[in-house]
Design a protein around this ligand. Sequence first.
Ligand SMILES: [Zn+2]
Length: 215
Amino acid sequence: MRAPSFVSRVAGLFARTQGSGCAGDASRSRLASRLPGNRSQPSQRARQHPLLIGLSALNTSFAGADETAIERSLAFHHTHTDEQLSVTYFADGHYVVDSLFRIDHLLRDFRTGEIYPIDADLLDTLHILRSACGGGTFEVISAYRSAATNAMLQARGDGVATNSLHLQGRAIDVRLTGCDTARLREAAIALARGGVGYYPVSDFVHLDTGRVRVW
Ligand SMILES: [Zn+2]
């Protein structure tokens, strides 16, 4: 069965990059201004997920691994601006601030040009999913959305939420090259790091760092 093994790979990667004592937690706290709101640490959420608990317990090969040595990279192609970015945003145990700014710029509100800090936890979710898929480029449909843009879309009847996490830089609508979007959805659900919405007609998934929920 292809799907379960893919989910297992996701869980394994998650255990490696987000285990307890991960240096990323400290880096994240230093970048607290990028992380709006009071939310539980993703590593805590992950440990609560039965699937991940089971697989992490079985997976001992990562025990003692130097997690600070792991680099986290992402590649984007914005479908509206046609801009591309391939970047390592975490290295040597730290988030790379210059890379985060470059990501913020690419994921800006493409309608108004407004830039907003994108939640580093959301980037980690993307990194884990991309790694599980063996690479690929995230094709971005929408990321940060300003209040003005959100109101415009609402007035147009596009079905966007008033309190959408897109307004806080905590949500993104994407597909991943080389990865069927249904599989991407399945992996994101298994990861259980936030909301996962599936839009098969438009062929993208919505990912956010809010409560774990599926639609
Ligand atoms: Zn969305």
